[in-house]
Design a protein. Structure first.
Length: 274
């Protein structure tokens, strides 16, 4: 046995070193997975308190560190286009004298009462209001008249997407998260169901570069809201402006056909008289 070991010492040493290397690689993999898990940003968007359109839109930070919320964007997809709005700040109705009160007040509580922008600690959560309030805010900004939770006319709401953009801990690149909810057209228009079981995380290098570009555009434009419904309306107006000309052409063709028919009838009558 000792002779066999001495004869195959080089081979045994090679396999021993290879086994030790594999063990250290396994430990290194576990350490890396633990480190990346701690450094991975995690935001969750979900319904709270209820499961219908009157549910609270809750944003939870399940990351190991705080996330500074920069933007909360609501995007409503309708049958005639898309409405996008920055809902980071609260939608408040001011009364006479409130502006003077705000100028003389600079407490942290007052800031928290006016905006959702700011650091969200690890394990903390906030709500963006109810989904019905978000729909009403988007519709009011676009001038859409509502009948309860349902828009008046032939316009229908399809999907509501909540998108978050923030900065995670000491990192320079922004991170994001988004989740879409489907709006069902039932009798009361109260059904709201998430399209996926989990919140989509926007944390890859490519996605974070895109988010940085979006943030730069939002800051440059002082973005508040945008919509392509007006473009659709303008196209309809242009079509309506063109339609009278088309109708006139059709009326001219009808008149021409009637005159030709009258001429043929007169010629037939003259031939019978002869």
């Amino acid at each position: 046995m000792i002779e066999w070991i001495s004869q195959n010492a080089k081979v045994l040493t090679f396999f021993t070193n290879l086994g030790v290397l594999l063990v250290w690689l396994g430990y290194a993999q576990l350490l890396y997975l633990g480190f990346s898990r701690q450094r991975r940003p995690r935001l969750i968007i979900n319904r709270g308190k209820r499961k219908d359109i009157d549910a609270l839109c809750i944003v939870s930070n399940m990351s190991a560190e705080s996330i500074f919320i920069e933007y909360i964007i609501a995007e409503l997809e309708t049958s005639e286009g898309t409405i996008t709005m920055d809902v980071t700040d609260f939608d408040q109705e001011y009364e006479e004298g409130d502006e003077e009160k705000q100028q003389h007040s600079s407490s942290l509580g007052t800031v928290r009462e006016n905006t959702r922008q700011g650091p969200l600690g690890s394990g903390d959560f906030l709500h963006v209001g109810t989904f019905s309030n978000l729909l009403e805010r988007l519709a009011r900004d676009e001038g859409i008249k509502m009948d309860g939770h349902r828009p008046q006319g032939e316009l229908t709401f399809k999907h509501l997407t909540i998108r978050l953009i923030g900065v995670y801990g000491p990192e320079d690149m922004p991170i994001g998260a988004e989740r879409s909810f489907e709006l069902f057209t039932d009798e009361d228009f109260r059904s709201l169901t998430p399209n996926s079981w989990d919140t989509k995380r926007l944390s890859s290098f490519r996605q974070r570069r895109k988010l940085r570009k979006i943030m730069q555009e939002l800051n440059d434009k002082n973005f508040s809201s945008s919509s392509n419904l007006r473009q659709i309306d303008s196209e309809e107006d242009d079509y309506n402006k063109d339609s009278p000309t088309q109708n006139d052409d059709e009326q001219g063709e009808d008149k021409g056909e009637r005159s030709q028919e009258e001429t043929r009838q007169a010629a037939a009558k003259a031939s019978r008289e002869e």
